[in-house]
Design a binder for this molecule. Structure first.
Ligand SMILES: *[C@@H]1O[C@H](CO)[C@@H](O)[C@H](O)[C@H]1NC(C)=O
Ligand SMILES: *[C@@H]1O[C@H](CO)[C@@H](O)[C@H](O)[C@H]1NC(C)=O
Ligand SMILES: *[C@@H]1O[C@H](CO)[C@@H](O)[C@H](O)[C@H]1NC(C)=O
Ligand SMILES: *[C@@H]1O[C@H](CO)[C@@H](O)[C@H](O)[C@H]1NC(C)=O
Ligand SMILES: *[C@@H]1O[C@H](CO)[C@@H](O)[C@H](O)[C@H]1NC(C)=O
Ligand SMILES: *[C@@H]1O[C@H](CO)[C@@H](O)[C@H](O)[C@H]1NC(C)=O
Ligand SMILES: *[C@@H]1O[C@H](CO)[C@@H](O)[C@H](O)[C@H]1NC(C)=O
Ligand SMILES: *[C@@H]1O[C@H](CO)[C@@H](O)[C@H](O)[C@H]1NC(C)=O
Ligand SMILES: *[C@@H]1O[C@H](CO)[C@@H](O)[C@H](O)[C@H]1NC(C)=O
Length: 436
């Protein structure tokens, strides 16, 4: 879906489209801030809003949360709800259990995207029940048209949940459907590595209408045809995402402008993302536990408080804790409502600009889309994986750095364990690590 970067000049009306494949600062020609790291493994269950707000930015639209997971909906033109991880992984794996949306021209997607526009994609066309598209880009190079490859899935991708994985290391990239490898890209096969995805990636999930009538005919063709909004709404459901960062640390630093994985440095420390997840997992104390935690003297005062006074004090404490808890919930709701309102306003602004003729799809801007063609016009493969020519292993890759299992986790630390968050018994809280 690389074509979308060309649409930025057109005010990126379909904000998720731009959001999925754009960059704020390109380290190939600028000095950019470090990328916050993930530095952990975690499975996100998208059945509550807090899962998303703790670890992802909602960069367009709003989501509903159902027993089927997060619901991403296109109900009308320009709807394009999208979320983007607040963290980056530097090699890793991402397994998303999702059900794609129906609807001709509706594109459901899983995108890994880096600051210099390395990209790894899964895309699902709403008009196609049988196939999933895989794609990749390196350093924003859009000059090749043979990267998109479609693979059959065992049952309707829009009616059933399937597990779509990318497993990404310095020497190869695997795409898996329900744990079966369907495609492998070796480092050397991507222009001797020059266009191999190899820099810190955020994870982006979203839905948009590639079949919107304002888009050019190549985009609409790729998306499977023109979208009929009257037949919507079209919903994509994301149940869970298991995300593993094969590196550790607090942030990834670009030490030069090469965009090579060897130039990325991992900075020591716990990641903000990890701290946020651990904090969200910390159980809230019950009143009884809080009472237990009170200093002994206070407790004695409460026990000892003759009769009514003691009971009153306990009642007051209970009342206080309940109120505090309500206040917390209220604050959260108010905050969420505010964010949603702001998004709605941003959307309305864009609609207005579009109506006034500013920021709409500019034909001159989209005229070139055919050239980069979403990496489209790819081939279709049968059940067999394509034969990947065997290539010499990239000589500088040391298995210690790409195989987390063999990494030395250093000094043991006491890390709280909780369900769904398993740290190795010895965990490296930092230490300078360089990919090269
Ligand atoms: C930097 O890279 C971006 C993305 O490739 C490009 O749009 C921009 O023109 C480049 N700027 C310079 C100064 O080269
Ligand atoms: C969300 O899903 C997880 C995993 O299935 C489950 O443990 C949890 O109870 C669910 N939460 C809600 C609010 O449904
Ligand atoms: C969420 O669900 C409600 C009830 O089905 C619906 O009215 C609303 O439009 C949905 N919101 C989004 C953003 O899809
Ligand atoms: C998420 O949003 C926050 C606040 O707007 C911003 O500072 C941060 O850079 C965003 N993260 C990503 C990965 O875009
Ligand atoms: C789905 O996509 C595959 C691969 O491009 C193609 O062979 C198949 O005909 C498509 N099916 C439909 C219904 O468009
Ligand atoms: C961009 O990709 C094309 C096609 O794969 C390749 O021929 C070209 O060398 C690449 N450009 C760079 C700068 O790597
Ligand atoms: C998805 O597939 C990956 C790769 O095989 C596997 O590790 C993961 O456990 C699977 N997730 C689910 C929920 O089945
Ligand atoms: C993350 O998962 C990988 C692969 O399963 C494993 O080798 C690694 O030890 C895990 N890392 C952490 C921090 O748990
Ligand atoms: C990292 O997190 C662990 C567990 O929360 C903590 O024990 C350790 O002190 C933290 N390290 C740093 C450098 O903050």
């Amino acid at each position: 879906m690389r074509f979308v970067t060309f649409l930025l000049g057109a005010a990126a009306l379909l904000t998720s489209v731009a959001g999925q494949t754009s960059t704020l600062c390109n380290p190939l020609n600028a000095t950019c801030p470090n990328d916050p790291a993930f530095g952990m493994n975690h499975t996100f269950y998208f059945n509550t809003s807090s899962t998303v707000t703790t670890s992802f930015n909602i960069t367009a639209g709003t989501l509903n949360y159902t027993s089927d997971g997060a619901e991403f909906t296109v109900a009308k033109r320009l709807d394009s709800p999208t979320i983007q991880s607040k963290f980056n992984i530097m090699f890793g794996s991402v397994s998303v259990v999702m059900k794609a949306a129906t609807g001709t021209g509706i594109v459901s997607s899983i995108v890994l995207e880096s600051d210099d526009l390395d990209e790894i994609d899964w895309e699902f066309m709403g008009g196609n029940s049988t196939h999933a598209e895989t794609n990749y880009f390196g350093k924003g190079n859009t000059t090749s048209y043979d990267r998109a490859i479609y693979y059959p899935v065992s049952s309707d991708v829009r009616a059933n949940f399937h597990n779509y994985t990318v497993d990404w290391t310095a020497d190869k990239l695997d795409w898996l459907i329900d744990s079966t490898v369907v495609r492998t890209l070796h480092y050397a096969d991507a222009n001797q590595g020059r266009t191999y995805p190899q820099t810190p990636m955020t994870v982006r999930l979203g839905i948009w209408a590639g079949g919107d009538s304002s888009l050019n005919k190549y985009t609409i063709e790729w998306a499977g045809g023109e979208t009929d909004y009257s037949k919507g709404p079209y919903n994509m459901y994301v149940q869970s995402a298991e995300i593993k960062d094969y590196s550790s640390g607090s942030a990834y630093e670009w030490t030069d402008n090469t965009g090579s994985w060897q130039s990325i440095k991992s900075l020591p420390g716990n990641s903000t993302a990890m701290n946020a997840i651990l904090k969200a997992q910390t159980p809230t104390l019950s009143t009884a536990q809080k009472f237990q935690a009170l200093p002994q003297a206070t407790k004695l005062a409460i026990y000892g408080g003759s009769g009514a006074a003691g009971a009153l004090l306990i009642a007051a404490l209970v009342f206080y804790y309940i109120r505090q808890r309500r206040a917390g919930a209220l604050e959260r709701e108010t905050y969420n409502a505010k964010i949603e309102k702001e998004r709605e306003e941003a959307y309305m602004d864009q609609m207005e600009l579009k109506e006034k003729g500013y920021g709409g799809w500019n034909n001159a801007d989209v005229a070139h889309q055919g050239e980069d063609a979403l990496g489209g016009w790819g081939t279709t493969h049968g059940n067999n994986s394509p034969t990947v020519p065997s290539t010499p292993k990239f000589p500088n890759v040391s298995s210690n750095e790409i195989n987390p299992a063999s990494r030395n986790y250093g000094d043991s630390q006491n890390v709280p364990q909780s369900p769904g968050f398993h740290l190795p018994s010895a965990y490296n809280s930092g230490g300078y690590q360089r990919f090269g």
